[in-house]
Every structure is written in C-alpha cells, then in structure tokens.
Design a protein around this ligand. Structure first.
Ligand code: DGY
Length: 327
C-alpha cells in the first residue's frame, strides 16, 4: 500500500525564472506554462480546476465564473502590482487569498516614466526610425525639433508609490511638480516629493507633462477622454505607465491626429496586445509593450515576491498563513 500523500498542485500561468520556481517545487507539484499567451476565462477555469494555488500575470482573468469551477483553489499570487484582472470581492467571498507584489517595482517603473517623457519630447524613437530608414542626409538645423523637458511643469495623476518616485526625480530637471490624487498626501510626503496638490482641472490645464500613475478601477476607467484631452495645453505631452483602460484610446488618437496635444508616450493600451492601426501610424507617439517594470533585477524581485506570497498563503514556509502582500 502506498503511503505517499499527494502534494498541493500549483499553476504558473506564464514562464518565470526557473531558479526562483525551485522554491515552489519544495512544497508543491507545479505546472508551468512554457510560453506567454493570453488566457480566456474558460481556459483559466480549466487550468485552475485541480489547483490549490496559482501565480498569475496581470492580464490573466479570475472572476466569479472562474471561481465557481475551481473548488480546490485557496490562493492566487499576482505577479505584478496591478490586480484589475482579479475580482477581489468574489475571491474574498470564496475565501481565496489574493496577493500582489507592491514596493519592488516602484523605482524601475518611475525610471521608465522618465524614459517615455524624454523619448516623447525629444522624438527619440521617431529619430531612430528616420536614421535606420536611411533618411539622414547630413546635419540639418531644423531636423526633428522636439520639446524641452527641463524646467517644464510635471503633472502627476495618481500619487501612490510610483507617482511619488516619479516626482522625486523631477528635482534634477528643475521641474515644478503638481499632482492630483483621490486623497491628498500628508505634508511630509508632499515636502519630500516637492509636489503641490491641485484639483483635477488645474492639473490638466497646467501640466506640460501629464503622467498617469493611477490604478485601473471602475472609477478610473477613461479618466482621460476627449474632454480631459481638450483641456490640456496644445504643447503638452501625455504619458501613460499605468493601465490602458485609464485612457480612452480612440479619443487620444483623435487628439494626436489633430495635434491637440504635442504627443504621447504609452506603455499600456486598452486592448493589449492589440494596438490600434491608427495609433501605429502616428509619429507623435512613442509606443512600448507594457515594459514599465521590466528590468531584470525588478522582474526577478517580483517573481520572488509572488513565490513567497504563494508559499505563505498556502500555509508553508517561514511565513506560513501570513502572506506579506494580501490585497
Ligand atoms: C504591474 O505590476 O502591475 C505591472 O504592470 C506588470 O508589469
């Protein structure tokens, strides 16, 4: 008679650093996907049916319909800070613990917001396309004239940890910082960030660079649409490192086509990985494939945190039952 007891099963929905996954293998039987793909709800339910836990990407959906088909599921560790892929209320109701990876990606994502600000204003990707296409005929005084960054007003919409990290970098560029947030920051944090709290309308009207660092929720969907774009300065730039749905992509395309703002730097889109053809055709927009947190060190830290969260949430390891980052 076999005395072997079966170990809980865990699903890892996308490839992840194998040496980090070894820590999961100590406790669980794991099934790891070998390539990135987008999962439908039906496929999620099928994959999770016999699993106690999962490490998911921020686009892998879990809602009440999925949960109804996953009786063994006890914990989900999102491998990212955003969790708009998860129906948190439904998970709580079903007693399933959900975690995310806050704290480890703030600085890297803030760096990337600045990369997009600089690239957009100084037309870096457009300039490279021009050079690679063999169009550079020699030095021209009027070539690819862009906007300045130094000294301009930085407006930040959403002043959580990432927004604050973006603000702190502005001192070197001698940029006044204004921000709008659901709730105003305490004075010490405002002083540390050298940031002035303003109303939403004032933020839109004054910012030369409007950087979005909001979470995606029912309240923030299309926070930037036609009306908001119309109240921005004509020479302002919009930067989105948050979530695609925060911006109405169709309204933004119209504003960019009609040069109602100077340009946009976008790392996220409404229907990722689909980017509208009209957007791809525009030169006054810098487009990147959701890589805000994608430095090697940060992605390893996120993977590591997700693994620690899941081990603890499933009652194992040094923090058994006390996962550090419950949502
Ligand atoms: C996050 O953590 O939410 C990022 O968008 C994933 O890279």
């Amino acid at each position: 008679m076999s005395t072997q007891t079966s170990r809980p099963r865990v699903w890892v929905s996308r490839p992840l650093f194998d040496d980090i996954l070894d820590r999961l293998r100590e406790y669980f039987d794991i099934e790891v996907e070998e390539r990135d793909r987008d999962w439908t709800r039906e496929q999620m339910a099928q994959k999770l049916r016999d699993k106690a836990g999962a490490i998911l990407g921020v686009a892998d959906p879990v809602d009440a319909g999925v949960i109804a088909q996953t009786p063994l599921l006890r914990a989900i560790a999102n491998r990212g800070v955003g969790y708009n892929n998860l129906d948190i209320a439904a998970l709580k109701k079903a007693g399933i613990v959900a975690t995310n990876t806050p704290g480890v990606l703030d600085e890297t994502t803030a760096d990337f917001a600045w990369a997009l600000m600089l690239a957009t204003a100084r037309r870096v990707t457009e300039a490279e396309r021009f050079l690679r296409a063999g169009q550079w005929q020699g030095m021209s005084f009027h070539i690819l004239l862009g906007g300045d960054v130094y000294g301009k007003t930085l407006g930040i919409f959403g002043m959580g940890r990432i927004g604050q990290a973006i603000a702190r970098r502005a001192a070197g560029f001698r940029m006044p910082v204004i921000y709008h947030n659901r709730s105003r920051l305490d004075v010490a944090t405002e002083v540390d960030c050298k940031a002035e709290y303003v109303g939403r309308e004032e933020l839109l009207a004054r910012a030369d660079f409007l950087v979005l660092a909001l979470p995606m929720t029912a309240q923030t969907r299309h926070a930037i649409g036609a009306a908001e774009l119309a109240s921005m300065k004509r020479d302002a730039y919009l930067i989105n490192i948050a979530r695609g749905g925060v911006v109405d992509d169709a309204a933004l395309i119209a504003a960019l086509k009609e040069k109602r703002i100077a340009g946009a730097g976008l790392d996220v889109f409404e229907r990722e990985p689909i980017v509208p053809a009209d957007m791809l055709a525009l030169d006054n927009v810098v487009l990147t494939p959701h890589i805000g947190s994608a430095s090697l060190a940060t992605r390893r830290a996120m993977a590591s945190l997700a693994v620690d969260n899941l081990i603890a949430a499933l009652g194992c390891g040094p923090n058994a039952g006390r996962p550090p980052n419950i949502i």
